[in-house]
Design a protein around this ligand. Structure first.
Ligand SMILES: [Zn+2]
Length: 332
């Protein structure tokens, strides 16, 4: 841990002393009522020197899991015992949050708008202000998501493991599954990494819900990362096993009907094992869907109403790591 005293932080027109926690408001846009639109920023400025880390959530306005993760994280950390600075934005896409929807009022994906343009579209301007005012001041970052609507997902990390510092963060977070991906172009993850700010994405749970397991996994993971950066002094909790995969694979319906999913996110499945059935409105079974390979279920549909082509579940293939996963899951 660092022993040198931190200096005063100047951010969004405010001064924050070492060892101080402050709630800030960053103006990111204006309503059509001409009223200003602010997003909340929670700054924890450590007494000792250290890295500056951002935690962002709800870039998609209905992915609210990060609000609770940030609340618990910022309640747990005392700035007097922190080395470095934590800048948390629990609700990035406040417009989407107001309407409980994913995108911005101009129907853009805010996570497809970074680093943003000063004189661009409404979404691009919001991205620009956040990137300039908060993200660029940071040394590392974690962006929190859930899957899109109608899906439940186990907690996992998406990270560009070709970047050594990103790899270190991803490993330190400590989820069972790490998906090696640079993220979509113009996502916050991609833009921050391009700016030399190693950033990972934590994803899990479902839209418009708090989930105890996901919250716990998120808070523990963030504490693990801060500990690996020597910003907090805690004992790290490691997962019983950890698998790095290139991508998750999707299993889809071929018939329209009522979907009955027989597996849960986190389940280990074997080639040929029953995943789901589709029935018609008369109750007759019209499709049986089985696992195409041995794998671990990452996410499953929460909506029983399907057309041909809807995703039933997604999984990661396990071949060499199958035995490790079997052993770890049995001992749980
Ligand atoms: Zn998202």
């Amino acid at each position: 841990m660092s022993t040198s005293m931190n200096s005063t932080l100047h951010i969004i027109g405010e001064e924050i002393s070492p060892g101080e926690k402050k709630e800030l408001r960053l103006k990111i846009s204006e309503f059509y009522t001409s009223n200003p639109v602010y997003i909340p920023v929670i700054a924890l400025h450590g007494e000792q020197e250290g890295p500056v880390v951002f935690v962002t959530a709800a870039i998609h306005g209905d992915e609210i899991n990060g609000i609770e993760i940030v609340r618990q994280l910022t309640a747990r950390i005392k700035p007097s015992e922190l080395s470095g600075t934590l800048l948390c934005i629990p609700i990035v896409n406040i417009f989407g949050f107001y309407t409980m929807t994913r995108n911005t009022p101009d129907r853009r994906n805010l996570n497809n708008s970074f680093p943003g343009i000063n004189k661009g579209s409404p979404a691009s301007r919001i991205a620009y202000i956040i990137f300039e005012e908060i993200i660029k001041r940071c040394d590392f970052g974690i962006d929190i998501h859930t899957p899109r609507e109608n899906r439940y997902e186990i907690p996992h990390i998406n990270a560009d493991l070709n970047n050594r510092d990103v790899h270190r963060l991803a490993r330190a977070f400590g989820t069972t599954i790490i998906i090696n991906t640079p993220g979509p172009k113009k996502s916050l993850q991609h833009a921050a990494n391009k700016e030399d700010i190693p950033t990972i994405v934590f994803s899990g749970g479902e839209v418009l819900r708090f989930d105890k397991k996901i919250t716990e996994s998120g808070v523990n993971g963030l504490m693990n990362v801060l500990s690996s950066l020597e910003m907090v002094d805690i004992e790290r909790k490691e997962p019983s096993f950890s698998i790095i995969v290139k991508k998750n694979r999707s299993v889809q319906t071929t018939q329209g009907g009522i979907l009955y999913v027989h597996v849960q996110a986190g389940d280990l499945v074997y080639e040929g094992e029953l995943l789901a059935k589709v029935a018609n409105p008369f109750g007759e079974e019209i499709e049986t869907i089985v696992a195409p390979q041995n794998g671990l279920i990452i996410s499953h549909s929460t909506n029983p109403l399907v057309n041909p082509g809807n995703e039933v579940c997604s999984y990661v293939m396990l071949d060499r790591s199958l035995e490790i996963a079997e052993k770890a899951l049995k001992n749980r």
